[in-house]
Structures are given as structure tokens and as C-alpha cells.
Design a protein around this ligand. Structure first.
Ligand SMILES: NC(=O)C1=CN([C@@H]2O[C@H](COP(=O)(O)OP(=O)(O)OC[C@H]3O[C@@H](n4cnc5c(N)ncnc54)[C@H](O)[C@@H]3O)[C@@H](O)[C@H]2O)C=CC1
Ligand SMILES: O=C(O)C1=N[C@H](C(=O)O)C[C@H](O)C1
Length: 267
């Protein structure tokens, strides 16, 4: 069987570095190029930390990369604006995107879904690749049927650009599907300081914490008469996301449609 040919966008990032390791160490994957906004025309092995990764050219321009290099899958781990441009461009060149980048809008997701339908191509957008985080989201969705009062607290490292996190948004979306519609807290509550109650998604509140020392953590707190239920997931390193990246790459090759959320492909 031919290996799956993969381009990684954002290889020097916290996630990108782990993804380079994963792809290089997986026998049925082949890293054929990387997309970075620096070091055009150099080889990945020229960069510090990548000396053992041979024959992988660096491109600044994704179009040029996709025109030159034959690839099956693009793994994007960059920033929301760049990630959306990359995913759209990859589909245009018949390359299947696996996107971990968060911060996409509803409109972005709808646009990608439409392109996938037209092109009959697979694309996976996964706000969180960690299996434990996906389970936390699913358990939250189950619990919300019985506990409609819920608040989400997501906690991340202070290098994170988007808030709330993609995971928190996805959790709230999944909860919304199972809980009765509800505006939480006192109907007359007032913030005496802006933002005190966090973001409001469909009546439930999301609080974003950013601190050095953290990686990626989330608590989903449910409250009811005389009891609370807390579901919590912690990622202590970026290795925690890699088994999900691997499954997503393998699965996207078998799909001809758009998928938003790893829970939709886990067996
Ligand atoms: N789905 C998941 O499980 C996870 C998703 N993430 C998301 O992945 C994204 C990346 O996260 P980190 O690696 O922590 O961020 P990071 O800031 O460490 O890495 C982002 C990388 O993108 C690169 N970049 C920026 N513009 C670019 C361009 N035009 N072309 C190519 N590369 C470009 C930067 O040079 C940087 O190396 C974020 O959106 C984050 O929320 C992070 C962890 C897990
Ligand atoms: O930026 C991060 O680090 C993470 N981003 C994703 C998100 O926004 O949910 C996934 C994970 O939480 C780590």
C-alpha cells in the first residue's frame, strides 16, 4: 500500500512539531512538504530541531506547494485566518484537509462543507484531537439532558490566540443539542464589571482562563438542586492530541464529505 502523502502547515508551532514527529514516525505516512511563512525554498532539515527529517521542502505559498508537490492530505495547525485559506486552497487542489486550527466561524465551516459537497472530497475539522476531550464533550452532552444548568471553564496556556477555545465552543454546541433551552443565572443579573459572566452561548456561559504553565484543560460544571457534577479533561502535553491526528488522517482518505468534530469519526 502506498503511504499517505502529507503536507503540514505550521511545522514550527507547538502542535506542528508534534505532527512532524507523528508523520515521520508512522510507516504508512509520508511527509512530502511543509508550509511555513518563513524559510521559503529551504529544506526542513536545515532548521533547528528537524535535522533528521530529510527531503522535505519548505514553501511559503500554499498554492505553489500544491501545484508542485503531489499530496493526499494537508494537516493545518496554524491560525484561524491562515487555516481557513489553507483548507479552502487544499480542497481546490483536490487535497483533503485535516484541520486542528481553531477559531473558525460558522460561516467558515459552512463554506468548507459546501466545497466538500461540490468536490466530493473529505475534510475533517477537529477542535480537539484528544480522545479524552472528545469523551468529555460526549459525556457533557449526555449530562445536559438531566442537568440543563451548566457553565464551561476552559483553561489554556497564555500563547493561545482564540477565546473561547474551539473545544469550549464545540462542547457548548453539543450540549445545546440535548439540553432544554434555558437562559441561566438570575433573570435580572447585572455585570458590574464587563465580562464577569463570561461569553454567552445559547444561554450558557463560557469562561476562558489563560496562564503560563497550563496546556489545555476544561471543566464542564453542571448544577441542580443540592448537587453538582463536574466533568474535567486535562491535556498535559501536545502528544495527547496525536492519536487523534493519526485517526483523522487515516479516516479522511476514506471519506468524501465534510466532518466537524472527531466524535463523528471515532468508532
Ligand atoms: N485540534 C486540536 O486538538 C488542537 C488545536 N490547536 C490549535 O492549533 C493551532 C496551532 O496551535 P499551536 O501549535 O499551539 O500554535 P503555535 O503558535 O505554536 O503555532 C502556529 C504556527 O503557525 C505558523 N504560521 C503562522 N502563519 C502561517 C502561514 N501563513 N503559513 C504557515 N504557517 C504559519 C506559525 O509560524 C507557528 O509556527 C491553534 O489554532 C490552536 O488552537 C492546538 C492544540 C490542539
Ligand atoms: O490552543 C491550544 O492549545 C488548544 N486549542 C484547541 C482549542 O481551542 O480547543 C484544542 C486544545 O484545547 C488545545
Amino acid at each position: 500500500m502506498n503511504p499517505i502523502k502529507i503536507i503540514i502547515a505550521g511545522p514550527r508551532g507547538r502542535m506542528g512539531r508534534e505532527a512532524v514527529k507523528l508523520v515521520s514516525n508512522t510507516t504508512h505516512f509520508e511527509l512530502v512538504a511543509v508550509v511555513d511563512h518563513k524559510y521559503d525554498s529551504m529544506m526542513l532539515s536545515d532548521l533547528e530541531g528537524f535535522q533528521t527529517i530529510h527531503h522535505v521542502p519548505i514553501y511559503n505559498d500554499i498554492e505553489k506547494c500544491l501545484q508542485t508537490i503531489k499530496a493526499d492530505v494537508l494537516i493545518d495547525l496554524t491560525t484561524p485566518e491562515v487555516g481557513m485559506f489553507h483548507a479552502r486552497t487544499a480542497l481546490h487542489y483536490h487535497v483533503r484537509p485535516v484541520v486542528g486550527t481553531t477559531g473558525f466561524s460558522k460561516e467558515d465551516l459552512a463554506e468548507l462543507e459546501e466545497i466538500c459537497q461540490k468536490k466530493e472530497l473529505g475534510c475533517i475539522i477537529a477542535p480537539n484531537f484528544a480522545i479524552g476531550a472528545v469523551l468529555m464533550m460526549k459525556f457533557s452532552q449526555m449530562a445536559a439532558k438531566y442537568f440543563p444548568d451548566v457553565e464551561i471553564i476552559e483553561m489554556h496556556h497564555d500563547g493561545k490566540l482564540d477565546a473561547p477555545s474551539g473545544t469550549a465552543v464545540k462542547t457548548a454546541e453539543m450540549i445545546s443539542e440535548s439540553r432544554i433551552k434555558k437562559q441561566q443565572g438570575h433573570p435580572n443579573e447585572k455585570e458590574t464589571m464587563n465580562g464577569a459572566r463570561g461569553a454567552n452561548f445559547d444561554g450558557m456561559h463560557i469562561h476562558s482562563v489563560r496562564l503560563p504553565g497550563l496546556v489545555a484543560h476544561q471543566q464542564v460544571l453542571f448544577g441542580s438542586d443540592g448537587q453538582t457534577l463536574t466533568l474535567r479533561h486535562d491535556s498535559y502535553n501536545r502528544g495527547s492530541f496525536m492519536s487523534g491526528v493519526k485517526v483523522a488522517v487515516e479516516t479522511v482518505m476514506k471519506h468524501n464529505h465534510f466532518v466537524y468534530g472527531l466524535e463523528n469519526i471515532l468508532e
